[in-house]
Design a protein around this ligand. Structure first.
Ligand code: ZN
Length: 269
């Protein structure tokens, strides 16, 4: 902060009569209040009072700049590493509509409020297709990013495609994503099981990725029922990791998109 102080003193460097000195509560500096005459400008000759030594304004500028830089960094982590279906990108708590899942919405909001890096907790959204599990998880990731946490949202089928297509090739992007997944404060693994694979190298890789997130905050969503996770050893291992320190949120119901569509059809008859 030494260079900052130097700039502050330069901008307030003037000579005059010292009226008082005090310690600023904001920056801790000794501040000198001076009374002096304007030497130039339209108010030339007029008396004014000025403070010398207080760096509060400069610290405030630096603080704001650091805050903006942090927000930009968190957004970049999210944008560069997330794998998202375009339909989800506008999802927020405010535009979550299925009111039969009001309780799920409340739990999701509470997760954001109570988020604490020292107390890792997982959410496990399980239920039928199109009930808003991804919508709520995406909203959580975005809300936490706004609160200053690094978050990443992963469509698990897309991650597996990436792992499969870059396997053996030294593609930076996959490695970058997997490293970022290990570091993030929260990772959402959306739509686990939707890729239809029950075993093999990509599923084992997925297990590794999930396993290295143990002891951190994670959110999982799946359409698979608990018994469907029993069909292979690899899926069973993933299921058991997902259950660790997890609060289940069950969302079974009508496909919301289908309901919207049928409503539109009815209106147009
Ligand atoms: Zn000050």
């Amino acid at each position: 902060m030494r260079s900052v102080r130097k700039i502050a003193n330069m901008t307030t460097d003037f000579n005059g009569k010292v009226i008082k000195k005090y310690l600023c509560e904001g920056c801790g500096n000794e501040v000198t209040v001076i009374r002096a005459k304007m030497l130039f400008g339209p108010k030339k000759g007029e008396w004014f009072e000025g403070k010398k030594g207080c760096d509060c304004e400069v610290y405030e500028i630096v603080r704001k700049e650091q805050e903006q830089a942090k927000a930009a960094r968190l957004k970049r982590i999210f944008d560069e590493n997330s794998l998202i279906n375009p339909a989800l990108k506008e999802a927020t708590f405010e535009n979550f509509e299925p009111n039969e899942f009001g309780q799920a919405l409340q739990k999701a909001k509470r997760y954001v409020e109570e988020f604490d890096l020292g107390k890792p907790k997982n959410l496990f959204f399980q239920g039928s297709f199109g009930t808003g599990k991804s919508h709520l998880s995406f909203s959580i990731a975005k809300a936490l990013q706004e609160k200053g946490y690094s978050t990443i949202f992963i469509s698990t089928p897309k991650l597996l495609t990436k792992i499969r297509t870059t396997y053996g090739k030294s593609e930076m992007n996959e490695e970058q994503i997997i490293n970022a997944l290990a570091d993030a404060d929260l990772v959402v693994f959306d739509d686990i099981g939707a890729e239809g694979e029950i075993s093999g190298w990509p599923i084992q890789k997925l297990f590794e990725v999930i396993d290295q997130r143990a002891g951190k905050h994670n959110i999982y969503t799946t359409n698979l029922s608990s018994s469907e996770f029993e069909v292979s050893k690899d899926l069973r291992r993933i299921f058991s990791r997902m259950m660790m320190d997890a609060e289940p949120i069950i969302m079974n119901g009508t496909d919301f998109r289908k309901k919207q569509f049928l409503k539109k059809v009815k209106e147009n008859v």
